[in-house]
Design a protein. Sequence first.
Length: 181
Amino acid sequence: MKQSSLKKQRIVRLTLSYLLLILVVVIIIYPLLWTIGASFNPGNSLVSTRMIPENPTFGHYIKLFSGENELYYGQWYLNSLKISIFTMLFSLVFVSMTAYSFSRFRFSGRKNGLMLFLLLQMIPQFSALIAIFVLAQMLGLINSHWLLILIYVGGQIPMNTYLLKGYFDSIPIDLDESAKI
């Protein structure tokens, strides 16, 4: 008798959990679907009574990607792609070397370096804005993608070093030693 009661309780709890998850998914997904549907509406109005427009059109996307009205969305997208790819590559190289050295090598200043990374995470990057601007002006990097890439890479190093160091710490040192052979 207790077994069936526990089983019913478990089924009710599981059903309520799934209903709650479905509700949360609908709340999260609905605005996205409405926005996509509104982008296919003809005219300039975002207000619509239907999620799927009656007369869908690609006119807004054609204007966006053709460069009309001084909208260079294609160029903006390529710039974002370039900046994110270079940021990812440089971050991966610098962070993996830094995290590996902090994880595997024992050297003086190791703990102080890790504490410095922790301290750098606590300081808002906005507080270094004037110093970064002056440095960028001296180096001639104002209005360049490289400045943005360097700022992003520098901002990612402390947190990502901690994340990757934790991963390297989980790998047995025996694997490193066997790879040397």
